[in-house]
Design a protein around this ligand. Structure first.
Ligand SMILES: Nc1ncnc2c1ncn2[C@@H]1O[C@H](COP(=O)(O)OP(=O)(O)O)[C@@H](O)[C@H]1O
Ligand SMILES: [Mg+2]
Length: 324
């Protein structure tokens, strides 16, 4: 018996669309779509906010407060965390302490899952049979040992922190308050400052919830708002992505680059609709690419004009409202 394979309507459309997009990419010298998403951020695509980075670094160096990276979905909290996570182990604070980092990216965790996730992320050994308080105690002990013996502070990154079960916070709170009074008595010389810095993220709504439900942590935490991209940064966002897709990112000069085939006005229109949110800028730019690719096929012009941007932004306006 043979099975006849007919090219289905979906497959035909799928392949045609792909072809249209690829033609546009090739036309402007790109090897892939400049606006595809990445799981792991590449620091060469990152548009910097120098003042914002300074304020984070200052907080970490002075070691007096924990940090809450605050911003809407898509504003860049995770990206910043992952970049900081990568860089922090290569740095030292003003006392010469180095950093050991851990990252908890999953949310919706219960107490024990949170304890295990923290221990795993900091590479602290524990037994599966242990209670969450035993696991956290092991993390605390090891963090103290690392501080005293290796001159390493612990920086613990927790994504979308408020999305976890309430009980999980007690574990965080214990670590946030280290060293305990007892520990300080035991090592009066060596332990005179906090040894675990929490770097949490979440939306403004969650920060407010934390203020009322977890004042013990919130009082010692500095909320920092992830800045929105202004028009020149939105331009850089698009410029970097095009250069990246063209294989020219290592020669990218932030003071001198072009954004062809994007019209300057088109970028301003996109950024206004996205309100400076990088996730939304990317989504809108990809929408513009699709329309421009169709235009290229019909007229031979690959440009993303302000008309295309208007059209796409209008079409996405309702969608953006929904996902916000
Ligand atoms: N400063 C930035 N420069 C370039 N791209 C960014 C920047 N901030 C965020 N992005 C991109 O925007 C998207 C959303 O960022 P993400 O960090 O996941 O946001 P959040 O965690 O706040 O929801 C990702 O594709 C990321 O690569
Ligand atoms: Mg995130």
């Amino acid at each position: 018996m043979t099975i006849a394979i007919h090219e289905s309507a979906l497959i035909r459309h799928f392949n045609t669309r792909k072809e249209v997009l690829r033609n546009w990419e090739e036309h402007i010298g790109c090897r892939f779509s400049p606006f595809r998403g990445y799981k792991m951020p590449d620091s060469r695509l990152y548009v910097e906010h120098p003042d914002f980075l300074d304020s984070i670094v200052d907080l970490i160096i002075t070691n007096e407060r924990h940090i809450f990276l605050r911003g809407p979905v898509g504003s860049g909290k995770s990206t910043l965390m992952l970049l900081a996570l990568r860089d922090l182990p290569t740095l030292a604070d003003r006392r010469g302490n180095k950093f050991i980092t851990g990252y908890v990216g999953m949310t919706g965790l219960y107490e024990k899952q949170m304890a295990a996730a923290i221990a795993d992320s900091l590479r602290v050994k524990y037994r599966r049979s242990w209670e969450s308080s035993q696991i956290i105690e092991a993390v605390a002990k090891e963090s103290v040992r690392r501080y005293i013996e290796e001159k390493c502070r612990t920086a613990l990154f927790i994504e979308d922190v408020a999305d976890n079960q309430e009980a999980a916070f007690h574990k965080l709170r214990y670590l946030a308050d280290l060293p305990t009074e007892e520990m300080m008595h035991e090592y009066p010389e060596a332990l005179d400052e906090p040894i675990v810095t929490l770097i949490m993220s979440g939306t403004a709504v969650y920060w407010n919830a934390m203020l009322s439900f977890l004042p013990q942590i919130a009082d010692r935490t500095e909320p920092l708002d992830v800045p929105a991209l202004d028009d020149s940064k939105a331009r850089e966002f698009i410029g970097r992505r095009i250069a990246y897709a063209q294989g020219r990112i290592d020669e990218f000069d932030p003071n001198n680059f072009d954004v062809y085939p994007f019209d300057e006005e088109a970028i301003r229109i996109i950024n206004r609709a996205a309100r400076g949110n990088p996730r939304d800028i990317r989504m809108l730019a990809r929408g513009c690419q699709q329309v421009a690719a169709e235009n290229l096929r019909k007229t031979g012009n690959p440009e993303v004009t302000s008309e295309i941007a208007e059209l796409v932004c209008e079409a996405y306006a309702t969608l953006l409202k929904e996902v916000r």
